[in-house]
Design a binder for this molecule. Sequence first.
Ligand code: PEP
Length: 253
Amino acid sequence: MRTNLLVANWKMYKTPAQAAEFVREFLPKISNKSDEIVICPPAISIPATVTALEGSRLGAGAQNLHWEKEGAFTGEISAPMIVAAGCSHVIIGHSERRQYFGETDTTVNKKLRAALDVGLTPIVCVGELLEEREAGITDDVLRRQCSIAFREISGEQARKLTIAYEPVWAIGTGRTATPQIAAEAHATIRAEVAKALGDELAQKLCMLYGGSVKPENIVELMAEEEINGALVGGASLDPKSFAAIVNYRSAKA
Ligand code: PEP
């Protein structure tokens, strides 16, 4: 059985004080006792978030990392630093990193290996642009992103791998992929993982959907067998709305 995972990606929102305030408001609202819940604040707010989460069963994650352990890389943070700050997870290859900061499939691969080396759970984001979907090449794009990302990774190391399918046209746009679109893409990704890392790992792989997830669509998305959780941007910034998402199991249909 795969454990479901619900992740908040706060992007460049929330100071340390705002992060701590969110956690104080959010924790008492959670009724979900079975799924994993992780909050990924901006790096500067990780310590405040980790401190506020102490004593809860929630985890914290970073939104990015550098593949070197240390060095002259101004402005970057490394995998061992993320672990030392108390994080269990790290997002890799988010489409905003690819679009605005020149991240490529090759850098995603380097970052993924660095994260796995220190025991972090990497959340690798893949997904097609609107033009790519309209050109009918979604599967090719997903296969390329996955095959490069998983180079030189052993099946043993990859047990922690988590993938988020995030169609770029659905991120922050209010447009959500239908559960069927998401499930089809997940099946393509799972097949690619099976090729690169073996069938057993592919069957156990935790795969998230991301792209305008909100309280109104989480139940329908989570009803899909292929969807094992969600990566949530905008709707995770408000404790009430993120609580409504993580509490999807008790939502009325
Ligand atoms: C994201 O940040 O990964 C994301 C999916 O954003 P949003 O939920 O706002 O579309």
